[in-house]
Design a protein around this ligand. Sequence first.
Ligand code: GCB
Length: 599
Amino acid sequence: MKKAYLFIFGLLLFGNTEILAQVNLIQNVSARKTVLLDGVWDSQVDVVGVGSLARFGLIQDRKPTKFTYNGDNPRNTELVEQDMDVAEKINVPGDWNTQKEKLFLYEGNLWYRKKFAVIPQANKRYFLYFGAVNYEATVYLNGIKLGQHKGGFTPFQFEITKELKSGENKLLVNANNTRGEDNIPTKIADWWNYGGITRSVYLIEEPETFIADYFIQLEKGKLSEIKGWVKMSGSQKAQAVNVEIPELGLKQSVQTDTTGYAVINFSSKKIQHWTPQTPKLYDVTISSANDNVKDKIGFRTIETRGTEILLNGKPIFLKGAAIHEEAPFRTGRCYSEGDARTLLTWAKELGSNYIRLAHYPHNEVMTRMADEMGLLVWSEVPIYWNVKFEKPEVYANAENQLLENISRDKNRASIILWSVANETNESEPRLQFLKKLLEKTKSIDPTRLTTAALLPKEGKGEFSLDDPLGEFVDVMGCNEYIGWYTLPAELASSIKWTSKYQKPLIISEFGAEAVAGLHGKPDEIWTEEYQNRIFENQVKMLNNISFLQGTSVWVLMDFRSPLRLLPIKQDFFNRKGIVSEKGIKKMAFYTLKTWYETK
Ligand code: GCB
């Protein structure tokens, strides 16, 4: 009896067939006709997942009625053991960990509910678009399951034209941030597992046939050829679409085919190219009979030549910092313009022309601001450490996250590098997995470079890069911690760096920890002086690597991590920031700034 009960319970909790969210995301959501569903939502913690059980009525939003006797099946309908109307409140967007003290360490299910009123118009289509939910989201509208999404850092959407009611609608979301071996990322990662609806939620209204997506960038290596495509969605897929860049006097009318797709192709010698010094963005308008979308797009090329990286045909050295999506001052996941501006302004003050958005896709505000402020971007998916490379379902999840990331950000001039992995151990399944992802990346975006953060082989007086994956990336990333995890800092300058690949190298991480404001001798660990000594020695070494074309310090700002336990010094913070989470710049910040001034 007990067994049967457990079985049914299990079925109800986990037995639902997955309806995955659609990957064909609407491009440039903030320029659409939307209702922002951000704000105060109802919330209910659910440690074991009982909310999915019919008898709790959460999904159906069942309210107590009265005790009923219907023949053989007496039923106490007054007993409903949940009530979202009187549940606690929570802000969206925002992680739950930093909103409620009792949820600081919580990993599991949390239900979110939002009521909203709308009067749907005839001949319009409606979509729900989530900027991100960590890690798994199951979404219901008016008691109907719309689907599920896995992956905590990329957007997903559901079309709700049929499910949307005139008047009040009830949107229910189960967010679950339980860590798992087969997830991307896996169980152990060096950042806080902030749970919940961490980015904005939009209700989008579109005409029946609308401009769903577009890709408008310079053709690889061609400084005056703008190339790309537009994609219509709806019943009238074949129609005329205009693409205009008024400032350049460019206008093209294309005819989409029966799949809604058309290639666009412009030529102009007048383009002012996007660079970190002159981050020129052009107003671009895409219009059809019933729809119109405006964007701001920059035009630049990015290539490699031997061991060089070329921006608009000219060699560039990437001076940068890696950044976690962690909010300055208040900690927690960041999502706002203010958060992005603070972080990117610090990067600029450091003298950066480049940032590594680690270790997962950051919110769209960040990449759009990088476009505006002139920061080149390394964008990555959380394929981090011990991923289960041999499992097809893990690959499917990784590819989906990558596609969602590229889909959202493919029009950002700032993004020059798509990274597919960070510090993954060499093995045949891993090589095949990452090779396939790299091929996929190139097939959908041939305009940008690919990379991965690799590990060096440490030999006597020599660090070499011979990871077989090196053959398949355009640019090699490499993380090294000389002075902190390996070798005394002073040995750095004598290390000879070699590679069997004739490719550019970015030291994608180097660094050391220090508690901001803690001073002492250069050999006293945790002091700013100790961290700074490591930086001074790193700089000597970095100056000697002939194929080095960029660095991203690990890391711009101290960030929360479950791996950093040392009381008083760490207290769950990785202290490798050159700025503390309270905004205090450490000595190493200035050492690096001085070095960047020479590059
Ligand atoms: C690494 C990881 C990064 C960690 C860092 C560290 O190699 O890529 O996620 O936070 O080292 O601080 O150890």
